[in-house]
Design a binder for this molecule. Structure first.
Ligand code: SOE
Length: 404
């Protein structure tokens, strides 16, 4: 007997806009979703869009996309595309996502949702209107889908650390420490909306709200741009990865102006009364992708660091003092969120798995007629937090000079 392996259930045609760092991660996720999880509507890598034909064709071939478009409007118009995945810089999120929702396509949009609160409000309104027609939308705060983060949320919800008093969150990278790292869209306010604040600070706002099940009600902030001008050039060969890089000082290159924050530090207060500190920077020399979160409750504490992302540290203050201590939980058991689909205990997961979990959750919600989370409304709320941080920093509202 001969047979083929095509799915028997209806598939979900994916159309992706963008093919850089996030496009790469999402392509892998759409492919892996069917390989490791039983998804009710298997995603199909239908079409990928980008402006440069040769580059998008090469990316499409490499990542396994069936068709290539050089105009995102043509991608949205395709009958075989059911979901539009927006992996472009922030300045195009609103236009693409709203057009897709109005055309009846489900949308996954990279974080932060938009560059401004006004754009995010329009996107949330478009998502609400589309929802009434059964069209779903989600914003890509992918670190929520790290199993240790899911476990942390469960422990807080079960009351295992009691009442949350302190939230301590840092997102630390160092790809701009080198003053000769080149300009990129991430350093241009018109393209990115903000710098470290929106790019990585948004993640820790989402994560802390997700873990605690609570929301920030106010902030007090300072931001800084340490290196205001950078070479406007491609990084020298072999000097960099997908982020950063280095332009040889000897090269005669034009300089560009950095128009975003390099670092943002702020205090926050949660609705339930917890006090919080946040730090987002691309200048934490030696820290590559450290997302550090510690939550102290009335009866226990939790601590996580993405650079050791398979671990969750849990202190249970109800245990006898003589033996209580931070317990190191290796979050690779089948009982832990998402893990059963992967490997036996102790066979670790990485950065890319969160994107697969995100794809699986979204496709499952669509197939089951549910709203996925985080919604565009959730993305709007985070955008409001980012705006409040910028407003506070602009006013220097907490700044009291030291006398003398
Ligand atoms: C760059 O800082 C970046 O790629 C972010 O844009 C991502 O959201 C984060 O996952 C990794 O770092």
């Amino acid at each position: 007997m001969t047979d083929d392996t095509s799915p028997t259930e209806p598939t979900l045609g994916i159309g992706m806009v963008g093919y850089a760092f996030m496009g790469t991660a999402h392509s892998q996720a759409w492919r892996n979703a069917v390989s490791y999880f039983d998804v009710p509507r298997p995603p199909r890598l239908t079409a990928i869009a980008g402006r440069n034909h040769d580059a998008v064709r090469a990316a499409g071939a490499k990542f396994g996309w069936q068709h290539v478009e050089t105009d995102w409007r043509a991608l949205i118009a395709r009958d075989d595309v059911d979901l539009v995945d927006v992996c472009t810089p922030g300045d195009t999120h609103a236009e693409i996502a709203i057009a897709a929702l109005q055309a009846g396509k489900h949308v996954l949009c990279e974080k932060p949702l938009a560059n401004t609160v006004a754009e995010a409000e329009e996107m949330a309104a478009a998502a609400a209107a589309a929802r009434s027609r059964g069209v779903r939308s989600m914003v890509g705060f992918t670190y929520r889908r790290v199993p240790a983060i899911g476990l942390a949320r469960t422990l807080v919800a079960e009351g295992r650390i009691g009442e949350v008093r302190h939230v301590r969150a840092q997102y630390l990278q160092d790809w701009l420490v080198d003053p000769n790292a080149p300009m990129s869209w991430r350093l241009d306010k018109d393209k990115a909306g903000s710098g470290s604040l929106g790019d990585i600070g948004a993640h820790i706002v989402d994560l802390t709200q997700y873990i605690t099940g609570d929301r920030l009600t106010g902030v007090s902030a300072m931001v800084e741009t340490f290196v205001p001008r950078r070479p406007q050039a491609e990084p020298s060969a072999g000097s960099g990865s997908k982020l950063g890089g280095h332009v040889d000082a000897g090269r005669d290159v034009a300089m560009g102006e950095v128009t975003v924050d390099d670092a943002a530090v702020f205090l926050g207060r949660f609705g339930g009364g917890a006090l919080a500190t946040f730090e987002a920077t691309r200048y934490a020399t030696g820290r590559k992708n450290a997302i550090r979160i510690e939550i102290n409750g009335s009866t226990g504490s939790l601590a996580f660091d993405f650079e050791d992302m398979n671990l969750l540290h849990f202190y249970d203050g109800t245990e006898p003092a003589a033996t209580a201590g931070f317990r190191r939980i290796v979050v690779t058991e089948p009982e832990h969120p998402y893990v059963a689909a992967w490997w036996p205990p102790g066979h670790l997961l990485g950065y890319e798995h969160g994107f697969t979990h995100q794809a699986v959750d979204l496709v499952t919600a669509i197939a089951e007629g549910r709203d996925p989370e985080p919604s565009f409304e959730d993305g709007l709320q985070i955008q409001r937090v980012l705006a409040a941080v910028e407003q506070s920093a602009a006013k220097d509202s907490i700044w009291t000079p030291v006398a003398g």
